[in-house]
Design a protein around this ligand. Structure first.
Ligand code: SF4
Length: 889
């Protein structure tokens, strides 16, 4: 009998970056079986990157928190809610409202964020709610407010397609916002004269398709943009009508920039004069210029001033709010913008009301009918964990984020949580570093189960829909907070039955007395009811009473300051710090296929194949001076501690600086949480930590052996080595290892590592004098465990070896496996470059060697780069460097 499936499609949105792509999820019997891009969604028009395409592969029960837990024991929701409410109430009574806090996330939906803010700012009466978005774009928020009087992103994604010049500043868009980058490349294909300029100390993947790379010294962006301002101003490339009528502060800004001639800028940025001249000439000649900036700008002690230095150039030229021109801050997270809208930061109030203004506080307090109101800013992220460490904050509720990995000085954050009287963590998985610090763990709904709205980087509000039933006893974050609020005696204000009711209240606050006086107007979404909410199509704010939406703001020259004029802000460069003991500048960032702390993307096989280990990128000259060689384990030290990562020698990294990705956690590696090294210096205006400028040293880790192991599903790895890192593969896990002492007996070591599973046949190969040991465990004809040991970094075909988990083995095939190489008759695809179609580096190189000379031609031969396009910059790089092949990972 044919089984009839309950199969249907649901429109929703991606859970990862700030592009906010629309997704169509295919559901069969309450399970998401596939996802595809939503062709109607204005962010992506059907495109998705590898992360978005793999969303459904990150779900499932493994490590999922299914029930509340108190002190490690299962508890009922009622008990957990009562315990949280009682403790919060007691602490507030004894120590005041500032002694409790929420730390939330850009993964929260707008409705979650709204309830959290209402509860903390209007009912607890403190502003101690901050979010991991503080780490991402707080400097842009302050920069916008200083220049425009409001936190407004003036433009939209279409501007990137209409621009003649796009300047990417501190943004590796090819990897971090891949769909947007693909939109730019598609536009460039139809208009080849469009120019892409990358401003970044690193030669990132985004440079592979760029026309010009400005490899400025880390932290010298302000000098570069002061120089650009000066060049535009002195050459008359300015719009004085716009400046005179619509701005304040031009004369002071011009005076402050006048000494930034090319000579000075070249000296301060380390960029040669010719490159600077090319940059300035391109911008001068292109009224349609968009400057995109991201974490490389924001995550600095002078991040806010960098933002204003960029905005100044657009105010000077009047290149703002017009098709194809404007400054454009791109957010890292899917709902960083939604959080900003509802006051998700400790220095904000909901609906773009101003926490610093008593009039605004009164309006919001009245609207909420709130008994009390926060009167001033609360603790911002770094301050918050310091306050917890000091004991000033005694109870904290953390939602959908992993600060023990992602905060600067992350060990200090862990210590703070260990000391805190009550730590509540709402999350999906029980193996995150932060969940391990919790007294009370609450099972939260995750992507596919959550129901609400997000707002992407271009102010577009989209529905993220519940596609399947919530697992176990999971609840939405807004529900859990309402339950606690009701328990604390505020039932009327938190009697929300569903997210549509929350959205209605939020939209009402945005619309309150808003006749164009505030940028965030949702008048047109008031009263849409449950049906309107259910069917809400993506729409950009502001949306007026007639339902008219605005793609761009400020085209009329009217800003949201008191006199409706924009302001030039004079940017001040911070002093460069130096240290003999820590001679390198550490830059942290993201890689193509992982997201934040890998709690979700680390579960997807196809996302784990591109880069499987934490690494350090270091210039070969610096590496040589430090006696560090390719693929060796390297110690990176700052005043806060040490991590161990794999060395990658590359001239794409500037001398004197190193790069380490921020994703790896204690769940994935022995000692690779890079943010524990980061000094918690912050921008004085935004409180955003400077993740790009920690002073570190790098030294060779005195490794005497290296290992590579594969574990079949069902075999639990017991890892005992100073360096290990694990990643999921099809049918199990792969592990890289290294050590500084050789065990007495490698066979015993291997047995301990795999737990000596019953009924296995063990094959061993040794070259004792050479320090080589290899073993493989077979159960019937299946490989269940294998370990390769050598005195130098293991050289074998990992992709091929992992594939052997799926094959059957007897006779010679078992010995071939121990060789770690396919036979000559079996092609070895090598490290996976195209995650969508599983195309390896060797296949791409073969295509290049047989004549493919463009990215498209490689795609025609191999399929690589023809699906989501995220790997096209990697293919381009292989084309440029076709003799250089990364270690065969
Ligand atoms: Fe998701 Fe990728 Fe789109 Fe970002 S670019 S929203 S990660 S699909």
């Amino acid at each position: 009998m044919v089984q009839v499936l309950d199969s249907h499609d649901v429109k929703t949105t991606c859970a990862y970056c700030g592009v906010g792509c629309g997704i169509i999820a295919r559901v069969e019997n309450d399970e998401i079986v596939s996802v595809r891009g939503d062709e109607d969604h204005p962010a992506n028009f059907g495109r998705l990157c590898a992360k978005g395409m793999s969303l459904h592969e990150t779900m499932g029960q493994k490590h999922r928190i299914l029930h509340p837990q108190i002190d490690g024991k299962r508890a009922s929701w009622d008990t957990a809610i009562k315990k949280i409410a009682d403790k919060f109430r007691t602490v507030i009574e004894e120590h005041g409202p500032e002694s409790v806090a929420f730390y939330v996330s850009g993964q929260c939906l707008t409705e979650d964020y709204y309830v959290a803010n209402k509860l903390m700012k209007g009912y607890v009466g403190a502003a101690n709610i901050d979010t991991n978005s503080r780490l991402c774009m707080a400097s842009s928020v302050v920069g916008h407010k200083r220049a425009f009087g409001s936190d407004t992103v003036p433009g939209c994604y279409e501007d990137l397609e209409l621009a003649d010049v796009i300047i990417l500043v501190g943004s590796n868009m090819a990897w971090c916002h891949p769909v947007l980058y693909q939109r730019i490349l598609a536009a460039k294909k139809t208009r080849p004269n469009m120019k892409i300029i990358v401003v970044d100390p690193r030669e990132t993947a985004s440079c592979d398709m760029a026309d010009l790379h400005i490899p400025l010294t880390s932290g010298s962006d302000i000098a570069l943009f002061q120089g650009l301002f000066n060049a535009l101003d002195t050459d008359g490339v300015r719009d004085l009508d716009f400046v005179n009528v619509h701005t304040n502060g031009y004369s002071e800004a011009a005076k402050a920039s006048v000494s930034f001639d090319i000579k000075r800028v070249s000296r301060e940025t380390g960029v040669d004069a010719n490159t600077l001249k090319s940059f300035y000439d391109l911008v001068k000649a292109s009224p349609k210029t968009v400057t995109v900036y991201s974490q490389g700008v924001n995550q600095a002690v002078d991040g806010t001033d960098k933002v204003n230095a960029i905005i100044n150039t657009h105010l000077l030229t009047g290149r703002i709010g017009k098709p194809g021109s404007g400054p454009f801050s791109i957010t890292g997270q899917p709902n960083a913008m939604g959080g900003r809208e509802v006051g998700g930061l400790a220095n904000q109030l909901a609906s773009h009301f101003d926490l610093a203004q008593s009039k605004d506080r009164d309006i919001v307090q009245n609207y909420w009918n709130a008994p009390t109101m926060a009167q001033s800013s609360g603790y911002m992220a770094v301050e918050l964990f310091d306050a917890i460490h000091r004991g000033d904050v005694k109870a904290v509720w953390i939602m959908a984020t992993n600060p023990v990995v992602s905060m600067p000085d992350a060990d200090h954050v862990r210590e703070a949580l260990e000391k805190c009287e009550l730590v509540v963590v709402s999350d999906l998985y029980d193996n995150t570093d932060t969940v391990k610090c919790a007294d009370i763990i609450l099972p939260a709904t995750g992507w596919g189960e959550k129901d609400g709205t997000i707002t992407n980087s271009e102010r577009c509000i989209s529905r993220q829909r519940a596609v399947i039933s919530a697992l176990g006893e999971s609840r939405h974050d807004w529900q859990a907070m309402c339950d606690v609020a009701i328990q604390m005696g505020w039932a009327d204000a938190f009697a929300f039955e569903n997210p549509a009711e929350i959205f209605e209240e939020y939209a009402g606050l945005c619309a309150l007395d808003n006749n164009g006086s505030r940028d965030l107007d949702l008048s047109g979404l008031c009263g849409i009811g449950q049906d309107g909410y259910d069917t809400l199509a993506p729409v950009q704010w502001p949306i007026d009473k007639m339902g008219k939406s605005q793609a761009r703001l400020f085209a009329d020259g009217l800003f949201f300051t008191a006199d409706r004029k924009a302001k030039f802000v004079i940017a001040q460069k911070s002093e460069k710090r130096e240290s003999e003991q820590y001679p390198f500048t550490l830059n942290t960032g993201r890689i193509r296929d992982q997201w934040h702390t890998m709690t979700r993307t680390g579960r997807a096989v196809r996302l784990s194949q591109h880069i499987t280990e934490p690494f350090i990128d270091i210039h070969p000259d610096d590496a040589r001076a430090a006696d560090i060689y390719e693929d060796e384990i390297t110690a990176v030290q700052s005043v806060h501690g040490q991590i161990l990562v794999r060395a990658r020698l590359t001239k794409r990294q500037a001398k004197g600086s190193v790069f380490v990705p921020m994703h790896w956690t204690d769940a994935h590696t022995a000692n690779g949480r890079v943010d524990k090294l980061v000094t918690p210096n912050v921008d004085p205006f935004s409180g955003q930590p400077a993740f790009k400028s920690t002073l570190v040293n790098v030294t060779r880790f005195k490794t005497v052996w290296y290992g590579f192991a594969i574990f079949a599903e069902g075999i639990t790895p017991h890892l005992n080595a100073p360096y290990w890192t694990r990643s999921v593969v099809d049918g199990g896990e792969q592990v890289e290892l290294a050590g500084i002492e050789i065990p007495n007996d490698w066979a015993d070591y291997a047995g301990d590592m795999c737990g000596n599973p019953d009924n296995t046949e063990v094959l061993v190969y040794k070259e004792e004098r050479e320090g080589v040991f290899r073993t493989a465990y077979f159960k019937d004809d299946k490989l269940v465990f294998t370990l390769f040991i050598a005195p130098e970094p293991i050289s074998l075909s990992r992709t091929w070896t992992v594939e052997q988990l799926k094959n059957t083995h007897s006779g010679m095939s078992r010995y071939t496996l121990l060789a770690g190489r396919a036979g000559d008759d079996v092609p070895d695809k090598g490290a996976i470059i195209c995650a969508c179609l599983g195309v390896g580096v060797n296949q791409i190189l073969e295509a290049i060697q047989t004549g493919a000379s463009t990215v498209d031609a490689v795609g025609e031969c191999t399929g690589a780069g023809t699906n989501c396009g995220s790997c096209r910059s990697d293919i381009s790089h292989l084309l440029q460097q076709n003799t250089h092949v990364e270690a065969n990972q």
